[in-house]
Design a protein around this ligand. Structure first.
Ligand SMILES: O=c1[nH]c(=O)c2ncn([C@@H]3O[C@H](COP(=O)(O)OP(=O)(O)OP(=O)(O)O)[C@@H](O)[C@H]3O)c2[nH]1
Ligand SMILES: [Mg+2]
Length: 200
């Protein structure tokens, strides 16, 4: 297979993709290997639109197959927020701790059964000068009242996964990668993979 570039500068995502795709014998590069790549503006109003924008821009820029991930957390009691603004919920500097603090403040006093939420992940795979395919995955859970766990990234310490009885940040990377929104989406992508990547 030709080289695949994961169109992300997010260290947490990059490390999960490396583990998920290594299992399949696919070596990947991410934008952390090319730190001077221009940022792609996320002007879409859905995860799918933003994933498409990132994948198509990076496929064009590198003339290589690119996979982009646009993801985030939707909290029912907050009307779906932070949604597509998850990375920058507390400001442009993308501070995970500040984002968590803002969510916990907004959720204060809301009882457990009303703290339902889900992670969304849209993945777009784009072939240079060719087509783009988009798939999506979700993972359901609850927002805790205090952060717990050290693993993962983003909102993982406040995302309780009922079937594991733990927060996402208390799971190992292997455990998270079996159930996460990202792995669900990647499984769907694989079904289209051969045609997209090898059958051009
Ligand atoms: O606890 C979490 N566990 C996850 O598994 C997860 N996946 C996404 N997120 C949140 O959603 C934002 C993505 O925003 P996003 O897709 O624009 O990515 P980003 O701006 O961080 O990097 P890039 O891929 O665009 O370069 C991230 O920063 C996180 O806050 C997660 N939080
Ligand atoms: Mg982003």
């Amino acid at each position: 297979m030709r080289e695949v570039i994961i169109a992300t500068k997010n260290k947490g995502k990059a490390s999960e993709f490396q583990a998920l795709l290594a299992k399949k014998g696919i070596a990947v590069k991410t934008l952390l290997d090319f730190p001077h790549t221009p940022d792609v503006e996320e002007t879409g109003s859905t995860f799918a639109e933003n994933a498409r924008l990132k994948a198509e821009a990076i496929a064009r820029f590198f003339q290589a197959i690119a996979i982009a991930d646009d993801s985030g957390l939707s909290i029912d009691a907050l009307g779906g927020k932070p949604g597509v603004y998850s990375a920058r919920y507390a400001g442009e500097e993308k501070d995970d701790q500040a984002n968590i603090a803002k969510v916990l403040e907004e959720m204060r006093g809301i009882p457990f059964e009303q703290r339902t939420a889900r992670f969304h992940c849209a993945l777009a795979i784009s072939v240079p000068n060719g087509s783009t395919t988009i798939v999506e995955g979700t993972c359901d859970g609850y927002i805790t009242e205090v952060p717990k766990g050290e693993n993962g990234f983003g909102y993982d310490p406040i995302f309780y996964v009922p079937q594991k009885g733990k927060t996402m940040a208390e799971l190992t990377k292997e455990e998270k990668n079996k159930i996460s929104h990202r792995s669900v989406a990647l499984e769907k992508l694989e079904k289209q993979w051969d045609q997209m990547v090898n059958g051009e």
